[in-house]
Design a protein around this ligand. Sequence first.
Ligand code: HEC
Length: 177
Amino acid sequence: MDSPSRQWELGAKSWNGIRSLLRAVALAGLAATALWAWPWSRDLVEQIITRPQQFEMLPPPGSIPRGAESPRAREQAAASLRNPLMPTPENLAKGKVLYDTYCLVCHGAAGRGDGPVAGGALQPADLTMARIQAQPDGLLYDTIRHGFGLMPAYYERLAPEERWRVVLYVRSLGKGQ
Ligand code: HEC
């Protein structure tokens, strides 16, 4: 028969055992965590990232380049766009240079639709005729920006301000200047 003090001693001994067991488990846990995270120095490299050239990242539908005009329908352009430039001699002179560079080849020097490459299937409009001259500035601008029928678009070659100068010049052609 054990005395009460012996029982207490036994109890203390088993507590020591449990404590060292707990310590061992805790140490094993720490070691496992350390191994799991190895190598720590690469943690920032191994994160979920998109690497350059990994895949093609298309812009969301409807995106436009920074500084670009928002796309708008032809009718909308005709109704809403106003020429910000005045037909000053300087703007008309610059408009003429642009017209002679980009439009003359088809529409002719006086805008009659008789440029050097006109003919056959390519029938450029006579820009002096009433139907064209009656168009609002915004519509002429839109024709230059987006092209029209067989006519190419000039959005890449003519900046918005240049398009408005050409519009001014086309107007002056209509007045027979
Ligand atoms: C490659 C030849 C070509 C060039 C260059 C060209 N155009 Fe045209 N343009 C045409 C043709 C062809 C039409 C007639 C299209 C149709 O009716 O389908 C036309 C039509 C037009 C119209 C009338 C659109 C309408 O509402 O009927 C305008 C305005 C016009 N062009 C302006 C210009 C201006 C300004 C430039 C220079 C920035 C230019 N074009 C350059 C071929 C050209």
